[in-house]
Design a protein around this ligand. Structure first.
Ligand SMILES: Nc1nc2c(c(=O)[nH]1)N[C@H]1C(S)=C(S)[C@@H](COP(=O)(O)OP(=O)(O)OC[C@H]3O[C@@H](n4cnc5c(=O)[nH]c(N)nc54)[C@H](O)[C@@H]3O)O[C@H]1N2
Ligand SMILES: Nc1nc2c(c(=O)[nH]1)N[C@H]1C(S)=C(S)[C@@H](COP(=O)(O)OP(=O)(O)OC[C@H]3O[C@@H](n4cnc5c(=O)[nH]c(N)nc54)[C@H](O)[C@@H]3O)O[C@H]1N2
Ligand code: SF4
Ligand SMILES: [Mo]
Length: 697
């Protein structure tokens, strides 16, 4: 029997069908399934996703570090007893906040919800955060302050299908969500695809031959660019005055904040010609159906929230949000990057996208959990600080990791590796021995996507069913079961169901009345394949489009928020380069899954630094040779990949490799003051030739 489900990887959540293959090496075969986001298409990560179900690397028993320093198999009961004892001891000796939890945007809604609840009332800790901090936090913070709500795309993706102008800021969907490209055809045909990226990326190349404009700005100057475009919009009276009057507040201060960003000044900061800046403003204003979309390229900066805010300001000046056929959005990344940020994994949030500091929210959630509101701890600390606090006075002494490979993907990663080494106890739940699992004291093997039931919320805020198609290997356990078993051993209050549909029902009740209201949904309803965009309160049929009548602030109006371009923490001098980091088509995130798929590993077997031929020549670097990239934080050797698609002052590394090939050895942990997003996208590095025979032999 064929099972209808969705891809395990990114937020596009392409629909797929899994068909059992009797006797074959793989237990199921993948085919694309028609669905609005992917129209039957899949990228090669999706096509090959089932390979990992039968991977020889699969963990099938808990592993515990012995006195010899090695990981050894251990029975489940013994593992959980030992873990519960340790957690209890740490709590008694050092207080509840000595135990931390690190979640992931790949977890189903059910697991993300249960993890937030587990941290707060089974462990009693405030110290929970998750890898979405590295991903969606700046865009979320910007949307919350401008619109009063954060749903990545406040409209269905198919709305783009008739657009004549789409501006992609720091997003390379051509590699990161290939089936997305079908939604850009209309804008390309109208000559209106605008891509802002320091690289001529796969997506930027789609602007060739009259299909649009590639804006190859200096990395990290997007905020200035957006202020410059807004300046032209106002100076040339291209703004939508009636919309601004009726639907927004803050125009006067916004006007002042962009007044000094005339095109020539903007050019001097961004490297974008003044004429192009004027052309962009005019094109955006002239479009009939216009969308502005941001990706990690502009958000993963120490000024990411202000940059996303500047993009929203521009969209508001043009009257896009909430106007039919127009819009602003951010492209959520992980499979459940949207749902993962709504149900309580964030250090300051409770389910339903509620604030943990809001007394009424606490009372509501406490009543669903069956505890007194006082039992729910206050706000914790965001991801980077949480990780770096490990083993420090007042920091966590134990950490439970569910769905992240932090020793590869966290910024300035050597500090995180050092911090985790100081822990009394590191527990990693995973299905592979990721780089983080490798250094754990206890590894608990969990289920993969096609082995469990659940729900995911895609980049459009659409809630989807993930379905079980194969039996898990004996020895692996569901995370709901692990949490229930630990909760029982810790004498935790409340109910701890192991049935995903039941946990969903509880989540739905906990979310009722919140911004992300799922209360009208259930697994049974979702099984009917209804189009379920949240908010979906009881009695409604969901909300495909937000903001049509009002924004989510009390007065119904959006906020224009004046933001300022700041100097960067690090500026390249003389021969230094700006390192930017990002993704390749064939690999996913820290690479722990995709590096285990032979076809994907073969596509990018080693770390390659993309560098301009002229830049390389100046440094004596040859194509295929080895470059050493270094700064005060670390040093990496990479294969040289010459390409005139990148700026002369910039070098690009993917972050999909572990250990000494981790791009994050070089990235900065400078944080955005509002979102706590780290500066993943720009770091200053030196680049030198390394004479080695290893690569060339
Ligand atoms: N193949 C693949 N697909 C994925 C993922 C994956 O790991 N692999 N991960 C998923 C996840 S979690 C996410 S968050 C999304 C991310 O999806 P994207 O946001 O598309 O991914 P990135 O490659 O991180 O960054 C996009 C682009 O930003 C550019 N960039 C870097 N610095 C700057 C800058 O200062 N300004 C501007 N304007 N651009 C800059 C890079 O050159 C890059 O082309 O992808 C999802 N899809
Ligand atoms: N330099 C640089 N660094 C970056 C970025 C960048 O652009 N540049 N991007 C950042 C972004 S946007 C993101 S989202 C992060 C992602 O980086 P990570 O958080 O490291 O993400 P993954 O590599 O997907 O790690 C997920 C881990 O959880 C496991 N896993 C998958 N599903 C489940 C599950 O259901 N339960 C459990 N327990 N485990 C599961 C996988 O096997 C894997 O080991 O990286 C960030 N780091
Ligand atoms: S685009 Fe994303 S969801 Fe679609 S097949 Fe590829 S990884 Fe899976
Ligand atoms: Mo992400």
């Amino acid at each position: 029997m064929t099972t209808a489900t969705h891809c395990p990887y990114c937020a596009l959540q392409c629909a797929m069908a899994l068909t059992p293959t009797a006797g074959a090496r793989l237990s199921v075969e993948v085919s694309g399934r028609d669905f609005p986001t992917n129209r039957g298409g899949l990228c090669k990560k999706g096509w090959t996703s089932a390979e990992l179900l039968a991977s020889p690397d699969r963990l099938t028993t808990p592993l515990s570090r012995g006195d010899d320093g090695e990981l050894h198999p251990i029975e489940w009961d013994a593992a959980l007893d030992r873990l519960a004892d340790e957690l209890r001891r740490l709590r008694i000796e050092h207080g509840s906040d000595a135990v931390g939890v690190f979640g992931g945007g790949g977890l189903t809604n059910e697991k993300a919800y249960q993890l937030g609840k587990f941290a707060r009332i089974a462990l009693g800790t405030s110290r929970i955060d998750y890898n979405g901090r590295f991903c969606m936090s700046s865009a979320a913070a910007a949307a919350n302050r401008a619109f009063g709500i954060d749903r990545g795309l406040p409209f269905p993706l198919t709305d783009l299908d008739t657009a004549d102008t789409v501006m992609l800021l720091g997003s390379n969907v051509g590699d990161t969500m290939p089936p997305f490209l079908s939604h850009l055809q209309s804008a390309r045909a109208a000559g209106g695809l605008i891509v802002v990226d320091p690289r001529r990326s796969t997506t930027a190349r789609l602007t060739d031959e009259g299909a649009g404009i590639h804006v190859q700005a200096v990395p990290g100057t997007d905020l200035a660019l957006l202020l410059g475009i807004a300046h032209v919009v106002l100076a040339e009276r291209l703004h939508d005055a009636p919309y601004l009057e009726e639907r927004t507040v803050g125009l006067a201060s916004l006007r002042r904040s962009v007044s000094a960003w005339w095109p020539e000044r903007t050019q001097s900061v961004t490297g974008v010609p003044a004429a192009t800046i004027r052309q962009l403003a005019r094109r955006l204003a002239a479009g009939r159906s216009v969308y502005i979309l941001t990706g990690r390229g502009v958000e993963q900066h120490a000024d990411g929230t202000d940059t996303a805010t500047a993009a929203i300001n521009l969209a508001l000046l043009l009257g896009l949000p909430g106007t039919p056929g127009n819009g602003y959005g951010t492209l959520t990344g992980q499979g459940n990057g949207q749902g993962g940020r709504e149900h309580g994994q964030k250090c300051d949030q409770l389910p339903g996208y509620r604030k943990i500091t809001d007394a009424a929210a606490r009372a509501h959630v406490a009543s669903v959990w069956g505890v007194a509101p006082d039992l729910i701890p206050g706000p914790g600390i965001p991801a980077v600080q949480l990780l770096q606090s490990a083993g420090m006075p007042g920091g966590v002494r134990a950490l439970m990791v569910h769905g992240s490979n932090v020793v590869v993907s966290a910024p300035n990663v050597q500090t995180v590796r050092d911090a985790l080494a100081r822990l009394d106890l590191l527990v990693v739940c995973d299905f592979f021995l990721s780089e983080t699992a490798r250094i754990a004291d206890l590894v608990l093997p969990v289920l993969q996507w096609a082995e469990e039931e659940g729900t995911m919320t895609n980049l459009e805020g659409r809630v989807l069913r993930r379905r079980r198609a194969v039996d898990p290997p004996a020895g692996a356990r569901s995370e709901l079961w692990i949490m229930a078993e630990l909760a029982r051993r810790l004498d935790a209050p409340g109910e701890w169901s192991t049935i995903p549909a039941a946990v969903f029902d509880e989540l739905a009740r906990a979310s009722a009345g919140g911004l992300a209201d799922y209360s009208g949904l259930s697994h049974a309803l979702l099984d009917e394949e209804v189009e379920a965009h949240w908010p979906y309160p009881v009695g409604s049929t969901g909300t495909p489009r937000l903001f049509q009548d009002r924004f989510a602030h009390g007065d119904g109006r959006a906020r224009l928020i004046a933001v300022r371009a700041r100097d960067h923490h690090e500026v390249p001098h003389a021969a230094e380069l700006t390192l930017i980091t990002g993704r390749l088509l064939a690999h996913y995130q820290s690479g722990t899954q995709t590096r285990r798929v032979p076809e994907l590993a073969a596509a990018h077997p080693e770390l390659v630094a993309q560098i301009h031929p002229t830049t390389a020549k100046d440094r004596g670097l040859d194509d295929g040779g080895t470059v050493r990239l270094s700064n005060a934080r670390g040093s990496i050797d990479a294969r040289v990949g010459l390409s005139s698609d990148i700026r002369l002052d910039t070098v690009f590394l993917p972050f999909h490799y572990g250990d000494e090939r981790s791009a994050n050895l070089l990235t900065s942990d400078a944080l955005d003051p509002i979102s706590s997003m780290p500066e993943f996208k720009t770091a200053v590095v030196r680049a030198e030739n390394v004479v080695t025979t290893a690569h060339t032999a």
